[in-house]
Design a protein around this ligand. Structure first.
Ligand SMILES: [Zn+2]
Length: 326
């Protein structure tokens, strides 16, 4: 999936122009609380999208989310079609993905030893998976999960990659339990309907001491105006604390968690989590780390002001252009 993806998605599927924003109705995936405050009522492209902040743990999320069925349908057929008409990707599109995955590839390199078994969830046309495979050579095993049929087909037929087409929960049974040394999700977790469920599944797929490397947009540094940051395809916006809590809740060890620079400072939240071996499986903590919901709302408003006052939008264009050239 794209870090700067589509502008339309679910809203486009339902053309009810006059429909008011639906009332929040789902509980928080991270802490289970039903108590939340509405932060914003619009998303990218002016779409009707209700973004809330959990009053218990401070998680920022879309509420209501689309149903599982609508979500699956959207990723199978629409997501990449709405995104610059990329239903049938070609080599040109693949080449354009390469600079985008380069920072993540640089972070993964130290883990890529001979014979490694890697799973990438949401691999699109396979630019990152293909690059990892090239780095290791024939001794490794590289499997991708991709929901969009056109992108899965390209990765399989044009790049010779082993792809399971579907959302993670639809293809889990086709993947070996305890079979992977490394699972990668590059700007994909925020698109899932239940990050808790996804982490629990990944834990089953990893070997003991296997690693999960995740990158998501950082809600502490959205890197755009908020009306652009909130996005119908992004159901969650993590901070370092809420991402850490997700790992804590699902029994992963946090090896590292950093806010890295993208087009603007700190926009990429990148973490490495480890599945503990059976002997070191931790008890669930009695007290979880949390974000203060009022502080989170204030910080977001502060960022919005900073973004305008510092001409960040212009700086972003310049660094984006420089990164593309590099
Ligand atoms: Zn919560």
């Amino acid at each position: 999936m794209g870090d700067d993806a589509a502008a339309m998605p679910h809203a486009a599927a339902r053309p009810a122009e006059a429909r008011p924003p639906a009332a929040p109705r789902q509980v928080c995936d991270l802490c289970g609380s039903a108590s939340c405050s509405v932060f914003a009522q619009k998303g990218r492209g002016g779409s009707k999208l209700t973004t809330v902040i959990c009053r218990e743990c401070g998680l920022v999320y879309t509420n209501p989310r689309p149903s599982e069925r609508d979500n699956a349908e959207f990723y199978h057929k629409q997501y990449w079609g709405d995104y610059k008409d990329q239903s049938a990707p070609d080599e040109k599109f693949f080449k354009r993905r390469l600079p985008k995955i380069r920072p993540m590839l640089a972070l993964l390199r130290s883990h890529l030893r001979p014979g490694i078994k890697v799973l990438e969830i949401g691999c699109s046309v396979g630019a990152l998976l293909w690059s990892m495979k090239n780095h290791v050579g024939a001794t490794g095993q590289f499997i991708g999960v991709e929901a969009h049929e056109g992108h899965a087909k390209f990765a399989r037929e044009e790049k010779g990659l082993d792809i399971r087409c579907g959302l993670l929960h639809e293809v889990t049974h086709k993947l070996p339990a305890g079979g992977f040394d490394l699972v990668v999700m590059n700007h994909v977790l925020e698109h899932t309907t239940s990050p808790t469920g996804v982490f629990a599944t990944i834990k089953k797929l990893l070997k003991p001491n296997g690693l999960l490397v995740v990158e998501v947009p950082n809600v502490e540094a959205p890197g755009s105006r908020l009306s652009h940051f909130f996005h119908v395809a992004h159901h969650y916006a993590f901070s370092p604390r809420t991402l850490q809590r997700l790992a804590q809740k699902t029994g992963f060890k946090v090896k590292r968690l950093d806010a890295l620079d993208g087009d603007l400072p700190g926009t990429r939240l990148n973490a490495t989590f480890e599945k503990p071996s059976v002997a070191e499986e931790p008890d669930l903590p009695t007290k979880f780390i949390r974000d203060d919901p009022a502080e989170r709302a204030k910080a977001l408003r502060r960022y919005e002001r900073w973004y305008w006052l510092t001409a960040a939008s212009l700086r972003k264009k310049v660094t984006h252009w420089q990164r593309q050239r590099a």
